[in-house]
Design a protein around this ligand. Structure first.
Ligand SMILES: Cc1cc2nc3c(=O)[nH]c(=O)nc-3n(C[C@H](O)[C@H](O)[C@H](O)COP(=O)(O)OP(=O)(O)OC[C@H]3O[C@@H](n4cnc5c(N)ncnc54)[C@H](O)[C@@H]3O)c2cc1C
Length: 558
């Protein structure tokens, strides 16, 4: 295999070649010399495996002599060669910043030698060498994007497309930037054969075949994350300067600013990075992105940035309790799996959770036709059909416009007389100009009916004084959110009547809660602007307050 793009009927365009060069750059001798202080020498023998999919990789290799083949291998053992890399080229993708598992195999084709930069030294290089660091960072991102697009590595999910747990696992892996693909045993003979060969039946689906050889039966998010080696857990005996609860925009911004200013930072999230913003198909009002940016694209960059500066990620991990009554004035976080960690300060960035609708059998349809966000995954499912959306805020408006590009018709149902009071003007105008969106004022959903297989088939409503209904398989709810503060109940952190964290009381900084050393930022904070820009601004701002607190307590870590 050569290291130039494979020739095909359509020769690659200039843009494709440029992208290829950016994905697999060759470093100059001078650049490699500048890397030596971060690296140790490593010889390899022909046939040796330098790193293996699903296993922790030792770091980034820079090849000095010889060549290494990079191969994608999925959970069923299918192999797809990607490229052969030689002198001056480096072997790494995003996972190597945090010591996570490799997503590809690296096999030496010849004897040779390399420089090896372990994750911490790779991060040091990216920070110390701005220009070289930028080239390497860009390559790491492009390689991960290519792996996700190719879907020829990572987990293989075996299950029925559209089933609740398949959708849950697809969402979890997508939101965490993991490559995977789905095989439906109803249509794919190999998948059907695999299910029966392993002695599994319909009730065991979905299965997840992982590159480390494990086959999991309908795994929890945490179980599949562990099998894929998604996050290297930090050393929990260490005392961190800052523990950030929540990896939405507010938590990630806190992590980027705190870690870049030399504080030791752990970020904990129960599901994925990105928070609510990670589910937003297009954020159009975030400063600096005139054409809009998807929430996942924005927050995956922030995630990488936080890791580059050394913030350690614990995803997925759910915080169960906070203990602020220790005699040493440290704060302890207890996790749902029974483990715990200690930090000098805690930043509450746990955001908000979607509110439900008062319809009796709503829960039966969650994940089977009732959705709380509209990502490209849901949009695909709605293609050509009629959908309904409840809510009159900006997130409802954006979702309606986005879905109107896929669905045959979108109904927006609101309790009040219209959208004027609750939605930005630009969205109201856009909705008015979209012929397949109908706004239904004075309307409430009154019932949901199932298809034979249990998925949503029909939505009934009451509009003014008239009952109505239609065959609708997808109902989107954007009816507001409640703060995720249940884990703060017994620790003395003050909450307002709606459960949001109060900050800035007498003698306290603007973002400090009623417990000193515990701060709150973003949607979870009482009185905050519920916007991505606001959450990010508060994440930046809180770091100054943390410095002040640590200086007053003379506790900044060495
Ligand atoms: C569909 C949609 C579209 C939107 N579009 C826009 C837009 O265009 N422009 C805009 O400005 N705003 C938009 N918003 C609002 C914006 O996304 C939020 O204001 C922003 O995400 C708030 O960020 P946050 O970090 O404070 O909280 P969140 O984004 O809510 O993140 C909180 C994180 O904390 C985690 N967490 C909660 N409890 C725990 C626990 N106990 N342990 C561990 N982790 C926990 C959650 O898993 C979550 O990842 C949109 C929201 C949605 C839902």
């Amino acid at each position: 295999m050569s290291d130039t793009p494979t020739p095909d009927a359509n020769p690659p365009s200039g843009a494709q070649l440029a992208r290829f060069e950016q994905t697999f750059p060759t470093l100059s001798a001078a650049e490699i010399d500048r890397m030596r202080r971060f690296a140790s020498p490593r010889a390899f023998k022909a046939g040796e495996t330098l790193f293996r999919s699903g296993q922790p990789a030792p770091g980034m290799f820079v090849i000095l002599e010889g060549s290494v083949a990079i191969v994608q291998r999925d959970g069923l053992g299918h192999e797809t060669p990607i490229i052969e890399q030689g002198p001056g080229q480096f072997l790494a993708e995003v996972s190597q910043l945090s010591g996570g598992a490799a997503l590809v195999d690296g096999r030496a084709e010849t004897d040779g030698s390399a420089l090896l930069l372990p994750p911490a030294r790779l991060r040091d290089l990216l920070v110390a060498e701005a220009e070289l660091g930028e080239r390497i960072t860009r390559a790491l991102i492009l390689r991960r994007v290519a792996l996700i697009e190719a879907a020829a590595s990572g987990a293989v999910l075996i299950g029925h497309a559209g089933s609740r747990d398949v959708i849950r696992l697809q969402g979890f892996l997508t939101r965490n930037g993991q490559p995977f693909h789905l095989l439906d045993p109803g249509v794919d003979a190999e998948a059907a054969a695999m299910v029966s060969r392993l002695g599994f039946g319909e009730a065991d689906l979905p299965l997840a075949a992982c590159p480390n050889g494990e086959v999991l039966r309908n795994p929890t998010d945490k179980a599949i994350a562990a099998a894929l080696g998604m996050s290297g857990r930090p050393d929990l005996t260490r005392v961190f300067d800052v523990a950030v609860v929540g990896a939405g925009p507010a938590g990630l911004a806190t992590a980027v600013y705190a870690a870049s200013e030399g504080l030791s930072v752990a970020v904990i999230d129960k599901r994925a990075y990105g928070g609510q913003a990670g589910a937003s198909a297009r954020i159009e009002n975030y400063f600096g992105f005139p054409t809009g940016i998807s929430g996942l694209a924005l927050t995956s960059r922030a995630m990488l940035q936080a890791q580059k500066f050394g913030a350690e990620m614990m995803i997925p991990t759910c915080v169960r309790d906070l203990d602020c009554a220790r005699p040493d004035s440290l704060r302890s976080l207890m996790f749902e799996d029974g483990t715990a960690m200690t930090a000098r300060t805690v930043v509450v960035a746990s955001g908000a959770q979607y509110r439900k609708l008062a319809v009796e059998n709503l829960a039966d349809f969650e994940g089977r036709g009732v959705w709380y966000w509209a990502s490209p995954l849901e949009a695909q499912m709605c293609a050509g059909s009629e959908v309904a959306l409840v809510g009159g805020g900006n997130s409802a408006g954006q979702a309606a416009v986005f879905l109107s590009g896929h669905a045959a018709k979108v109904r927006i149902m609101v309790r009040g007389p219209g959208l004027k009071e609750t939605m930005s003007r630009y969205l109201i105008d856009r909705i008015a100009a979209t012929p397949n969106i109908e706004v239904m004022p004075h309307t409430q959903v009154t019932g949901l009916e199932a298809r034979e297989d249990g998925a949503l088939a029909r939505v009934a409503w009451r509009q003014a004084d008239e009952d109505g209904g239609a065959d609708i398989g997808h109902l989107f709810l954007f009816v507001g959110a409640d703060p995720a503060t249940h884990w703060l109940t017994d620790c003395g952190v003050g909450l307002d009547r709606a459960g949001f964290v109060t900050t800035g009381g007498e003698g306290r900084g603007g973002l400090e809660s009623t417990v000193s050393g515990v701060f709150a930022v973003g949607d979870v904070r009482s009185g905050s602007v519920k916007r991505v820009g606001g959450a990010i601004g508060e994440g930046a701002q809180v770091v100054a307050a943390i410095h002040q607190y640590l200086a007053a307590h003379e506790e900044v870590s060495a």
